[in-house]
Design a protein around this ligand. Structure first.
Ligand SMILES: Cc1ncc(COP(=O)(O)O)c(C=O)c1O
Length: 451
């Protein structure tokens, strides 16, 4: 059954007159198996988000989890405990910790749960640094250009930080991005990349490509790439395949281990809700776990735990992803992540995806039935399997900023990407069907005002 068939079925069951009827949204929220999870979050009020808005004590409508997830209540507890332990135990807390989380092993407290979120084995994941730094760390190990195989394949519209990182890695090896960077472009007049075109590039240039590095979900269009298919095709040509999961981790149920991905990295402040500048994650497939001949950027936290404090100057990497760590991790951001992951422990990525299909499907249905393509167009794929929570809306006739500011004044939070896109991401952990309905009702009023 498609998500749309499912919605139609629910409409019949709800006895609401149509999808915009508030009783439909109420019915969906009442019957949402994840509804209790919304209470795990601090939802800003309308007055906090948009001073001067009416009904200031009601919750705002938050669609920006693709940029910064809302604050899970558990975060305050975990972070406060660490402050307490710091205050009481100071340096001794590295080894003796009243809550059982000695700082010397703090990253282990989030390793297994993080691995579950990205479909990995525990030792394939390390929680460390931040996203772009991790991409550099992984490319330093996995991008080893040779005369014959020196190219990196990325999307032409990769997030700029990824583009800069990749270009600088190429230069680091005294090569020119003009010769060593391939940017996969969408076809003329299209915004999305077609899998067949990516596969064709791999088929044609695979023998000279060292690394294929795409985002799992494209930040601008919301396109969820066919990760398994692309990984397989590129590896068949001898390429290493890495994924930036900034917009995929905690959003869609990726299976990094089973899909045989070589490496991946992600941040935790978007769908993983660990807070601004939160600690990030890496994945290194277990088949590279003991590949100690692969060059890497080393630091003491990647060194064998048994002898780390012997202070010998002979680097002995830990097997697996942990061997790529450099520094002792930030305890405060790690414990914030622990708090946010405790919410993920109350559900599964599969159940979140089920709700997400319905919730984003509901948004998609209303946007395509209530507005003409003369006003707005959705560039995110129509196929629910090829997108996550986010939809990217192109507003026509130069009206995007008017609409965006209008939404902001009404305490509806999305984000804008110039020149003409508003991204809206009803994340399944804390968004209600009623939020989607309210968004559409308000958008209709704004469209009537500005178009
Ligand atoms: C796809 C992607 N890559 C990289 C980054 C940069 O992340 P950071 O500043 O955490 O390194 C972002 C940030 O939003 C992103 O969306």
């Amino acid at each position: 059954m498609t998500p749309q068939d499912n919605l139609n079925l629910h409409l019949a069951e709800s006895k609401a007159k149509d999808f915009l009827d508030s009783s439909f949204a109420a019915y969906m929220d009442d019957n949402d198996p994840l509804k209790a999870l919304r209470d795990e979050f601090v939802i800003p009020t309308r007055g906090e988000i948009a001073p001067g808005a009416d009904r200031p004590n009601e919750p705002c409508t938050y669609f920006c989890g693709n940029s910064l997830g809302l604050l899970p209540k558990a975060v305050a507890r975990y972070v406060t405990e660490e402050l307490q332990v710091w205050g009481e135990g100071a340096v001794n807390s590295h080894f003796k910790h009243r809550f059982g989380r000695p700082w010397v092993r703090i990253e282990e407290t989030v390793q297994e749960q993080s691995a579950r979120v990205v479909g990995a084995k525990k030792d394939e994941v390390a929680i460390m640094n931040t996203l772009t730094s991790n991409l550099h760390t992984l490319l330093a190990a996995f991008y080893t250009p040779t005369q014959e195989r020196h190219k990196i394949l990325i999307e032409s519209k990769a997030f700029p930080s990824d583009h800069y990182a990749v270009e600088s890695q190429i230069r680091w090896h005294q090569r020119d991005p003009k010769d060593s960077l391939i940017c996969q472009e969408p076809r003329q007049g299209e915004s999305l990349l077609r899998t067949e075109d990516i596969l064709e590039t791999i088929e044609k240039h695979g023998h000279e490509i060292a690394v294929v590095c795409f985002s799992g979900i494209q930040f601008y269009t919301g396109q969820y790439f066919e990760m398994e298919k692309i990984t397989k095709a590129a590896q068949a040509k001898g390429c290493i395949v890495g994924w930036d999961l900034a917009h995929a981790a905690g959003n869609v149920p990726v299976q990094l281990h089973d899909w045989n991905v070589d490496f991946a990295c992600w941040c935790s402040y978007k769908y993983l809700n660990s807070g601004p500048g939160g600690i990030a994650g890496i994945f290194v497939h277990e088949r590279h776990a003991t590949d100690f001949n692969r060059n890497r950027l080393a630091g003491w936290w990647g060194h064998d735990k048994a002898t780390r404090f012997d202070m010998v100057n002979e680097f002995k990497p830990i097997a697996g992803a942990a061997g790529f760590q450099h520094s002792n991790p930030s305890v405060l951001t790690t414990s914030a992540l622990l708090g946010s992951l405790s919410v993920f422990e109350k559900t599964t990525m599969t159940d979140m995806r089920k709700k997400s299909f319905l919730l984003t499907g509901y948004l998609y249905h209303l946007l395509t039935t209530e507005f003409s393509t003369d006003v707005l167009e959705i560039i995110t794929p129509a196929d629910p399997e090829q997108r996550g929570a986010q939809l990217s809306l192109v507003f026509k006739r130069g009206k995007m900023m008017d609409i965006f500011e209008g939404l902001a004044k009404r305490a509806i939070v999305g984000d804008e990407r110039k020149p003409d896109v508003i991204r809206v991401a009803p994340t399944p952990l804390y968004t209600r069907f009623e939020d989607v309905r309210l968004f559409i009702v308000n958008l209709k009023e704004l469209v009537a005002e500005f178009y």
